[in-house]
Design a binder for this molecule. Structure first.
Ligand code: ADP
Ligand code: MG
Length: 582
């Protein structure tokens, strides 16, 4: 047996580097947090080569004394922790780990000058080896330069994604911190492009600058309190949603977080008003008494533990609920055209609700929602109802993509076959999923799908939740995943393509996205795989079957992406199109 030895500081730092500095975004985040903790009024971040080549963070904060530069690079050395019980943490940093971790994995140079000094001083650490402190030129404040990230830890380097993906993640990390600290001016340059350059602002001004003015102008302010926890910020109306969670920001006691509890609370608050697979827009800020909050849950400090998790959840859901109860402004609606769709048909974006052409389109789809109620519901008093087929009979397929039909009431119906089928498949899968019984079909020949080793690992970690969707996978060597079974509704699909596509949902950068949200998005993707492609010729029986299913499926009028699945042109509308009527 080998002897037990203490690891060298060098090795310890490398191990920690793997935890604290997972990727360039983490290094950029730590450096900006240090600048904020140093009381900077202005912070500039420059990224090159996805932050792998270079990350530079310049601040005008208090600086580091020359005699402390080497200590700042030592592990567990911090100027921020006065109260070692870890109860009252008021700074962004407190673990004293970021600089030594970056220094162990990369080449890190600090140039810093404090008030009253005749020059700046600089120190470099490369792969954990410390250089000497030397005088240098530089303004008041600190400039941290990271070069060749992970050159000293090649194992980590292998797991990096493309420079573009790394750059995006780093940009997002800085963007989040800039949202959290509107009282500090920020400038972000990535690959020589100025991503944003914002002055000292108030909260609303900063959100407008970083969310985009048009989006921000639709947001509604909120302010609520419960048991000493205060929630403030801006949240979108039901008509505003996005394809990703990118425009959701949570700041807790000044710290940007990706907390699953908060995300889930937001998601639940909007669940009935935003279409499946779409996401609310919100910039929320919580002030929680320090003793009711534990930020020391994860080395990256992006997750929290609230003493009163239920209270926080109710606070968020209650405040958003009140925002959503406010009357919706419907713009210049044409008389008689109901622009306020029932909740589950909320249009995909604010813009499309207000732009005139899409108003017209929605008008057609929504006008007919009534007809789509299952026939039985409307004919309750008739003893033996005649079967009712509101969408009528198919007449032709055009461009191998659209079905033309004459509706029961004589109007012209145009169905987008792919969109319609996708909707039906999704509704069926969702029904099965909600009933907890997605039927699974074993593959005759299991399929092997290659991934980057880290992605394969993370996917396999999700095997249990994927199984709930009927997808059975297991690890197959370091960089591959074996697909054993697929959802029965999708039995003929390309299992490899399906898994790759789903991996996108499950490997999204924003790590702690609630599982429920992922499964939900995954369902929509599954549906898309199974669906009849646009461009496939259908016979009359197939067209008829699709239409009959649409008539009895709730929410069949819009596809999973929020677009209408069919248009209906009445006599009046046709006459208008031909100029027979004004
Ligand atoms: P932590 O932030 O957890 O204290 P770090 O390793 O990030 O640990 O930094 C170590 C120490 O270096 C900090 O406590 C702080 O005193 C000093 N420091 C780091 N960056 C800056 C900066 N930009 N301006 C002033 N001091 C800094
Ligand atoms: Mg720090």
């Amino acid at each position: 047996m080998a002897e037990i030895r203490r690891l060298s500081a060098h090795t310890i730092n490398r191990i920690a580097a793997g935890e604290v500095i997972e990727r360039p975004a983490a290094a950029a985040k730590e450096l900006v947090e240090n600048a904020l903790d140093a009381g900077a009024r202005r912070i500039e971040v420059i990224l090159a080569g996805g932050g792998i080549e270079r990350i530079e963070v310049i601040d005008d904060g208090g600086g580091i004394a020359p005699g402390q530069l080497a200590l700042a690079l030592e592990r567990h050395a911090t100027s921020k922790l006065n109260d070692e019980t870890l109860v009252r943490i008021e700074s962004l940093g407190f673990r004293g780990e970021a600089l030594p971790s970056i220094g162990a994995a990369a080449r890190l140079t600090l140039i810093s000058r404090q008030q009253g000094q005749d020059s700046a001083y600089k120190i470099t650490v490369a792969g954990g080896v410390l250089g000497e402190v030397m005088p240098a030129a530089g303004p008041l404040g600190t400039r941290a330069i990271v070069e060749d990230l992970f050159y000293a830890t090649p194992a980590r380097r292998k797991f990096l994604r493309t420079p573009r993906a790394e750059a995006e993640a780093a940009e997002r990390a800085v963007w989040r911190l800039a949202l959290a600290a509107p009282a500090v001016a920020f400038r972000l340059v990535s690959e020589e492009r100025v991503m944003f350059d914002v002055p000292v602002q108030d909260e609303v001004g900063r959100v407008a600058a970083l969310f985009g003015r048009e989006t921000a102008s639709a947001l509604i302010p909120l302010d609520a309190e419960r048991d000493g926890v205060r929630l403030s910020g801006l949240a979108g109306p039901a008509s505003l949603s996005r394809a990703t969670m990118a425009l959701q920001s949570f700041v807790v006691n000044g710290r940007p977080v990706l907390d699953p509890l908060l995300r889930m609370a937001l998601r639940l608050a909007y669940r009935d008003v935003i279409p499946a697979g779409r996401h609310a827009v919100a910039a929320l800020r919580l002030e929680v008494p320090a003793e009711a909050l534990d930020v020391n849950v994860h080395p990256a400090k992006t997750e929290l533990r609230f003493a009163d998790a239920n209270g926080v959840r109710s606070l968020v859901m209650g405040a958003i609920g009140r925002v959503l109860e406010r009357p919706v402004v419907t713009g210049a609606a044409a008389p008689g055209l109901n622009l306020r769709p029932p909740p589950s048909y909320a249009p995909p974006s604010h813009a499309s609700l207000f732009s005139p052409p899409s108003q017209a389109k929605r008008g057609f789809a929504e006008a007919e929602l009534v007809l789509l109620t299952p026939p039985a519901a409307r004919q309750i008093s008739v003893p033996e109802p005649e079967p009712s087929y509101p969408l009528g009979a198919p007449v032709a397929q055009i461009l191998d993509t659209y079905i033309l039909a004459v509706a029961e009431d004589g109007a012209l119906v145009i169905i987008d076959q792919h969109a319609a089928h996708e909707r039906l498949t999704e509704e069926r899968l969702r029904g099965e999923f909600e009933a907890g019984r997605v039927a699974s079909q074993p593959l005759l020949l299991p399929v092997v799908v290659d991934f980057a080793p880290s992605d394969a690992l993370r996917l396999v970690e999700q095997a249990a939740s994927l199984a709930k969707l009927g997808l059975v996978i297991e690890a197959f060597g370091p960089g591959a995943v074996l697909v054993r079974a697929v959802p029965a509704a999708l039995k003929d699909i390309d299992a490899a393509a399906l898994l790759r596509d789903l991996a996108e949902e499950f490997l999204e950068d924003e790590a702690p996205v609630a599982l429920e949200a992922r499964l939900d998005a995954a369902l929509a993707r599954l549906a898309c795989h199974r669906s009849i492609r646009a461009g496939r010729r259908l016979n009359e029986a197939e067209m008829g079957a699709l239409m009959r299913e649409m008539e009895v499926t709730p929410r069949a009028a819009t596809c999973s992406h929020g677009r209408p699945t069919f248009l209906k042109l009445s006599r009046a509308e046709l006459e208008k199109l031909f100029g027979r009527r004004g």
